[in-house]
Design a protein around this ligand. Structure first.
Ligand SMILES: [Zn+2]
Length: 260
């Protein structure tokens, strides 16, 4: 089992913060505003603890949640049918076709083969709509953490891919699957002036200052949290410069219609 998979069996990561719940609410409202609430069946690929899926229980649709984390799937208790899904090794699947196939915060975590499997699976089982949510053209360099023990520099949320709207449209469009809308929501993206940010990281260890994170190399959870005054000044300058730049929202939701 890869380190990543162990990470996703940790019960603690499936307790969402009020902030995550609020973003999910925004996503739900955006989806129902564009697609309405009439679905016979909905599947959430990489459903996690099912929080997003549970928002759709009032639509009366039959709900399916698919995830590789058994710990996460336990949270679906009754409101949705759980499907164990490992995107690394999808050969033949026994998913039923669903009106709405959606995925939230998943594609940015997947290695190439799993990403390919996910895209094929989603295209294959969608009857009416596909909803894809990823971070909006994320700057993967910006949110880096550094392990205190082995000094590995990594993305604390395990993001390895970044997608623009155009990339998502390109990945999912076929002659039967058509892009219908895109919504961006959530907080405004942070500004990252690369030179400043690199100086802060290289000279002052100004890496992301977060409570928890697990190093992909040694499994340690102690991250560098040094806050050198000059590093903080650079951070403040970066933030100031960001005031003069147009910045988009952090979350991207791309909608597709599946033609009969
Ligand atoms: Zn480490």
């Amino acid at each position: 089992m890869s380190f990543n998979k162990e990470h996703f069996e940790n019960e603690l990561i499936w307790e969402y913060s009020p902030f995550q719940k609020q973003i999910n609410e925004e996503k739900y409202l955006a989806i129902t505003r564009i697609l309405g609430e009439k679905f016979d069946s909905i599947v959430d690929i990489g459903c996690g603890n099912g929080h997003m899926l549970s928002r759709f229980s009032k639509t009366g649709a039959k709900l399916y949640g698919a995830d590789f984390s058994n710990t996460a799937l336990k949270h679906l208790n009754g409101f949705a049918e759980s499907i164990h899904l490992d995107l690394e090794c999808v050969k033949e699947h026994d998913f039923d076709k669903c009106d709405l196939v959606m995925t939230f915060d998943v594609l940015e975590h997947l290695r190439e083969s799993a990403l390919k499997n996910a895209i094929n699976l989603i295209k294959d089982i969608a009857c009416k709509y596909i909803v894809i949510n990823v971070p909006n053209d994320e700057d993967l360099e910006l949110r880096r953490a550094k392990c205190e023990k082995c000094r590995t520099i990594f993305h604390p949320y395990g993001h390895i891919n970044t997608f623009s709207e155009a990339m998502i449209v390109e990945m999912f469009s076929t002659n039967k699957i058509q892009h219908m809308a895109t919504v961006s929501l959530g907080p405004t993206k942070p500004y990252n002036q690369h030179t400043l940010s690199n100086i802060s990281k290289c000279v002052f260890d100004g890496y992301m200052n977060i409570e928890t994170g697990t190093c992909p190399s040694c499994g340690g959870s102690s991250l560098i949290r040094r806050r050198h005054p000059l590093g903080l000044m650079i951070k403040a300058l970066n933030r100031f410069l960001g005031l003069f730049v147009h910045r988009e929202k952090e979350e991207l939701i791309v909608f597709f219609r599946v033609l009969e």
